[in-house]
Design a protein around this ligand. Structure first.
Ligand code: CDP
Ligand code: MG
Length: 182
């Protein structure tokens, strides 16, 4: 059985804030399976935030995220709680101003009138997002079996289509240039 895990990254902030957030995650029952400090690049952000690329806040958000180090985390729990949902509950709503005061985004995010993206932390929303995001941010990770299988299926479906196109091309070539397809 694969270990239940989730993915998060701490958005750029001072070292002390990021360390305090990691301590809070551990105190709340999360184990850090992997931690890496990295300045995110624009291509990765466009993929990760594909659902927001056309929004007016995307450019300022990308500029904020590419101008400081983020801390990428793979997290799990020893108890029975679902790591994905329990992290989202701990993190709170997207807008830090709307959270409860003990939730991470409310506590560490910026409370600004028109800006939401300085909300301290990203947390995957579903198990499918977890696998997709771990594959994006940690491409060398050992992936869960179901994710690996779907990748293989995609690869082979694609190869089959390519093979079919090639066969058709050679079959047509054979009509005009007898012997070419042999
Ligand atoms: O991060 P979360 O899953 O809660 O929200 P999302 O809808 O997937 O949006 C991703 C990120 O875009 C948020 O965490 C914010 O940083 C940013 N965002 C924003 O700045 N303004 C919005 N109106 C919506 C999202
Ligand atoms: Mg989201």
């Amino acid at each position: 059985m694969t270990q239940k895990r989730t993915f998060a990254f701490l958005k750029p902030a001072c070292d002390r804030t990021q360390s305090a957030i990691i301590a809070e995650l551990q105190f709340a029952g999360f184990t850090v399976l992997r931690e890496e400090t990295r300045v995110l690049d624009i291509a990765t952000l466009k993929e990760h935030y594909a659902h927001h690329v056309d929004k007016p806040f995307f450019q300022p958000m990308a500029s904020y995220l590419t101008n400081g180090a983020s801390i990428l985390l793979i997290l799990s729990r020893e108890d029975e709680a679902d790591p994905v949902q329990s992290l989202r509950d701990l993190v709170g709503p997207t807008d830090p101003k709307k959270g409860e005061k003990e939730q991470i985004r409310c506590k560490y995010g910026a409370h600004l009138p028109d800006v939401i993206f300085m909300n301290a932390i990203h947390a995957s929303g579903t198990p499918a997002e977890v696998e997709e995001e771990i594959a994006r941010f940690f491409p060398d990770q050992i992936l869960s079996p179901s994710w690996k299988i779907s990748q293989w299926q995609r690869k082979y479906t694609w190869n089959d289509k390519l093979l079919a196109k090639r066969s058709l091309f050679f079959w047509f070539s054979g009509l005009f240039f007898p012997g070419f397809s042999l």
